[in-house]
Ligand binder design. Structure first.
Ligand code: DGY
Length: 320
């Protein structure tokens, strides 16, 4: 029996590729070369499914040009702002993502950003590596303590709630902003804010955990930054598009934002050069879910979604 063709746009963990090869006529990408929309359309000829990644823009034009054989697109990510969902729906193509399995790893990255930014770990590492460290000094690289501070979480979904769980171990008081208030079992005593003003005023540390897309584009702009307590810590492991970079860079220069930690950027892998000139921002290369266990689980979940759609079932991770 011929097996359905599965196009995998990037190199995936070995266990995930092994399963893809076992169950599909898998078109893999052993060189891990980045794919463009046109390239994906060409490679997808005759494919029933595409397993894509957040680095590829599956925009409306790309989806319109896909062959009729494609029945499902699964993205190797929880975020699906890079997939034109309405265009997929219009063509009857299902879209799946990888929720839940990456919440812990991503929340760990948020905690890493908070601590690294507030305790000046990037600066310290650069000092040691450059051979410029003269030894311990009472006033050297003083950061700000995060234990006991108020943490504002913008977007209290699965990852936001995992961040809250971890931050409670640091004695942080959890505040959050979302479209609706969570039920008490999910809220776990966190303080809900009905408006940006009170939320931002409370956020000594602000973590962005909302999805990307038009609804949140440049949410953290100059006007909102001005509402933060002076010297606040800002971290983003969600999507770079949530931040107005010029406004955040100006605030990092003026001290309105004391420290920032960024794992995501609006036009990855490009990083606004304004950040590179600043010592008080820690920059990571989109490491959010990058653990071996998590990347395996993401791949398996994406394949579960593809298996289900091609078998005529509706998987739990289908978003459209
Ligand atoms: C996601 O899943 O959306 C992340 O950005 C990839 O780790």
């Amino acid at each position: 029996m011929t097996r359905p063709v599965l196009l995998v746009t990037r190199r995936l963990p070995p266990a995930v590729e092994a399963r893809a090869r076992r169950d599909y006529d898998a078109r893999l990408n052993p060189d891990d070369a980045p794919r463009t929309g046109d390239g994906i359309v060409g490679l997808a000829q005759g494919a029933s499914a595409i397993l894509c990644c957040p680095a590829e823009r599956m925009d409306a034009r790309t989806i319109a040009d896909l062959p009729d054989s494609v029945r499902v697109i699964a993205t190797f990510s929880v975020g699906y702002d890079h997939v034109a969902v309405e265009a997929a729906k219009a063509r009857g193509i299902a879209v799946c993502n990888t929720p839940d399995v990456l919440s812990v790893a991503t929340a760990e990255t948020v905690m890493l950003l908070i601590l690294a930014a507030a305790r000046r770990a990037g600066e310290g590492e650069r000092l040691v590596r450059a051979g410029r460290w003269d030894g311990w000094a009472p006033t050297q690289l003083l950061g700000t303590q995060v234990s006991g501070r108020r943490l504002g979480i913008f977007g209290m979904g699965r990852i936001g709630r995992e961040v809250a769980r971890m931050a409670r171990a640091f004695g942080m008081a959890i505040h959050y902003r979302d479209q609706v208030r969570l039920p008490p079992d999910l809220e776990q005593g966190a303080t809900f804010h009905e408006n940006d003003e009170s939320f931002l005023a409370a956020s000594q540390v602000l973590s962005l955990n909302a999805p990307g897309g038009e609804g949140t584009r440049r949410w953290l702009n100059a006007a909102r930054i001005a509402l933060l307590p002076g010297g606040a810590v800002v971290v983003n492991a969600a999507r770079g598009t949530l931040v107005d970079d010029a406004a955040l860079i100006a605030a990092l220069r003026s001290g309105q934002v004391g420290f920032a930690g960024l794992d995501v950027f609006a036009e990855e892998p490009k990083v606004d050069p304004g950040y590179l000139a600043l010592e008080n921002v820690v920059l990571l290369p989109h490491l959010g879910s990058a653990t071996t266990e998590t990347r395996d689980a993401m791949g398996f979940l994406a394949l579960d979604g593809i298996d289900a759609v091609l078998a005529g079932r509706r998987p739990g991770n289908r978003v459209a």
